[in-house]
Design a protein around this ligand. Structure first.
Ligand code: ADP
Ligand code: MG
Length: 685
């Protein structure tokens, strides 16, 4: 049997069971054997009945001492029987499973594992896991894997099926890592790893198995990223774009001077642009650190060298804002800028596409509308994408492919810890703007519960009277039965408009609105026509309204800290003191700790790092928007060291055998193709 066979080929699996497995994403043997345990229970110790601990799981080996009987207990049907060992006897009870009656024979020996409780004057073990102990012992006492599951698939079924699958598939398995490779990185064989990740007989074997599998997972992730990128990077050299003479004038015309960090990053980019190779750089900078003007200056250099530039933003609102900013800074420098989004009319678009094609337009700003096939940018020399974690690698590449190996700059405000940046941006160079423009006052943040609402509304009222503006953020768009306690934006906005701020303009912004409507609202807010903007996280990215100084975030526990930090970055962008109020009624300790971090720090990196430690990377960016690959076994944070080694190993391998044509790399190549073509890659990218 092979890893790519269906689990339908296993013995003893009915249609119903298959369906349940499919529901948790398991279709192939491979999925099954890679369904790794969530945890392990150490059942190597057998407890005597006399020594059991009440209200806890106990592991006993006992003989059935009474015939199993079906009884009624209240409305429930139970199966009950007595079991004993040489120190005493207890009852075993199964609820709602009458067929259990036939699974136990008086006088036979079984291993039971479950919680025991005192019931009046006797002791019961409820719905335990069990296994028959064959005459002569057998292997009952062991480390038992516990699998992630839905309630309807029992641990026992999963365990037995995995056992069966392993026994059939292991003899056929081809280790993608040749022996020399395993020796070099001190890794166990695939067969050993799969056996021992599921059924380790001692702790050491588990650690070795995990080490191998974590390495393998991270290795293939890195390898596939390299291959994907080199495909695109290897085509031709880039073009040299030295600093134009007018660059000094451009800088002088800006209303401010670059910060030290901006200067450093600008130098790094200028070097990329001047080099004959296509640069590929990630610019990280906390919210408000001034990335946009760096983008403008970079584009200026490319354009004055006779190339076209493209700037892609994740939302229309943001694209429009960038467009307006760029038009302004380029106004005396003879740069033709255009905007292309989903709202561009057909007529405008036709003209625009023609202009781009004939190199009449120097700079195109837009949303992912830019990557459509009919957009031709023949002289494209620099591609900048803003707030990158919203775009996939594929999208980024697609835009780049329109030009003659343009330089690529990716800007992100998400303070990605270095370990994760390594994965997300594989072989990119990284520049960090680690300094805010002068004169900014740190945002004052408070975490409170909902009993503070009246006071917060008053606070907002006062600030608006002083001429400022305010954001109120809620997590949801629609009323949802289950989460009816969550403030739904639309309803909440109506309430605020009618009851709380009748004397002010209250605007509303959410993801279900048409881009055009969103733009109108955002523009009105930017102009100061709207005082209170009630919004979902659509304002999260990049929007710049310096006059907004108060942000209140409802149900703050719903957001990842990185996301809260992003949101909070919408205030504190001007000269006035700004405030952020996080409202949450959560009593959860970790939640409270997380909100506390927000009170204590305004440093995105500190926040991200702490959050990662508290919650793990899956949750780090909030719900599913993060674009981080889903890992089966590796933990991107705690396995950072392995990640580094695996990345180097992948790079070395490609240096040694660039197209993986050596015979000993065939199994590895097969696995890589499987990985890059399969769904996994789409998830990863
Ligand atoms: P972000 O990094 O969040 O994209 P922006 O580029 O939007 O930040 O910049 C935030 C604000 O700071 C803008 O209003 C911008 O004009 C201003 N800014 C940028 N660089 C400087 C600087 N060196 N000195 C003063 N203000 C600056
Ligand atoms: Mg920005």
């Amino acid at each position: 049997m092979f890893l790519t066979d269906s689990i339908m080929d296993l013995k003893g699996v009915g249609e119903q069971t298959i369906k349940k497995f499919n529901k948790i994403g398991i279709e192939l043997i491979e999925d099954l054997v890679e369904h790794y345990p969530r945890e392990y229970e150490d059942r190597r110790q057998i407890t005597k009945i006399a020594e059991m601990v009440m209200e806890e799981d106990n592991n006993i080996v006992v003989t059935v001492a009474s015939k199993p009987e079906i009884m009624k207990k209240g409305y429930k049907i139970i199966v009950k029987f007595r079991v004993k060992d040489d120190t005493g006897s207890i009852y075993v009870v199964f609820y709602g499973q009458p067929y259990m009656k036939n699974n136990f024979v008086m006088g036979e020996t079984y291993n039971f594992y479950g919680k025991v409780k005192r019931q009046y004057n006797r002791i019961e073990m409820e719905s335990p896991e069990y296994e028959k102990v064959e005459v002569g012992g057998g292997k009952t006492a062991k480390i038992t894997p516990i699998y992630p599951t839905t309630q309807k698939l029992s641990q026992k079924v999963i365990r037995q099926l995995i056992e069966q699958a392993l026994s059939l598939v292991l003899p056929e398995i081809q280790d993608p890592f040749p022996e020399t490779f395993r020796a070099q990185y001190d890794l166990k064989s695939k067969t050993f790893a799969l056996t021992n990740i599921h059924f380790p007989s001692q702790d050491e074997d588990f650690f070795e198995a995990r080490k191998r599998l974590v390495f393998e997972e991270l290795f293939f992730l890195q390898l596939s990223l390299f291959v994907l990128k080199s495909d695109f990077l290897a085509r031709t050299k880039g073009c040299s774009k030295p600093l134009p003479e007018s660059f000094k004038d451009f800088l002088a015309a800006l209303p401010f001077e670059f910060t030290g960090a901006q200067k450093r990053v600008m130098n790094e980019i200028a070097k990329d642009l001047k080099s004959a190779y296509a640069g590929n750089r990630l610019v990280q900078g906390d919210v408000g650190s001034g990335k946009t003007v760096i983008a403008a200056a970079s584009l200026f250099i490319a354009i004055k060298n006779g190339y076209q530039g493209a700037l892609m933003a994740p939302t229309e609102v943001l694209a429009k804002q960038h467009f307006e900013f760029l038009e302004e800074v380029f106004q005396n420098f003879d740069v033709k800028v255009a905007l292309l989004t989903g709202s561009t009319t057909a007529k405008e678009k036709r003209e625009l596409l023609a202009g781009l094609k004939e190199n009449q337009i120097d700079l195109i700003v837009g949303t992912h509308a830019l990557i459509e096939d009919n957009v031709e940018i023949p002289r494209l020399g620099l591609v900048i994408t803003d707030e990158q974690h919203r775009f996939g690698v594929r999208q980024r590449l697609k835009l780049s492919e329109k030009g003659e190996t343009p330089d690529v700059i990716v800007m992100t405000a998400t303070p990605i810890p270095r370990t994760l940046a390594l994965i997300l941006y594989g072989d990119m160079d990284i520049s960090i703007i680690d300094e805010l423009p002068p004169g900014r006052q740190p945002i004052k943040t408070n975490a409170v519960d909902s009993s503070y609402h009246a006071r917060i509304y008053q606070f907002i009222d006062r600030h608006i009277r002083e001429g400022r503006q305010c954001y109120i953020i809620c997590p949801m768009v629609e009323e949802n039965e289950k989460q009816s306690e969550l403030k739904s934006v639309t309803e909440y906005a109506v309430y605020l408009k009618e009851q709380v701020f009748p004397h002010f303009e209250v605007g509303i912004l959410h993801g279900k609105m048409k881009p055009k409507e969103k733009n109108q609202v955002m523009e009105a807010f930017a102009k100061g026509d709207i005082h209170v903007l009630v919004s979902t996280t659509v304002v999260e990215v990049g929007v710049n309204v310096p006059n907004a100084t108060v942000m209140m975030i409802e149900n703050a526990e719903r957001f990842g800290l990185a996301q809260l930090h992003q949101l909070r970055g919408r205030v504190g962008r001007g000269k006035h003191q700004s405030y952020c109020v996080l409202v949450s009624d959560s009593k959860n300790k970790v939640t409270k700790k997380r909100l506390k971090i927000m009170e204590e720090s305004t440093d995105g990196f500190v926040i991200a790092d702490t959050d990662l430690k508290l919650r793990g990377p899956g949750d780090f960016f909030g719900t599913k928007q993060h674009g981080l690959p889903e890992m089966k076994i590796a933990n991107l944070y705690t396995d950072a060291k392995v990640l580094k080694v695996a990345q180097q190993a992948a790079a070395d391998l490609l240096k040694q055998d660039p197209d993986l044509s050596q015979p000993r790399h065939q199994a590895l190549k097969v696995k890589l193709m499987h990985y890059t073509e399969g769904e996994k890659m789409h998830k990863a990218l």
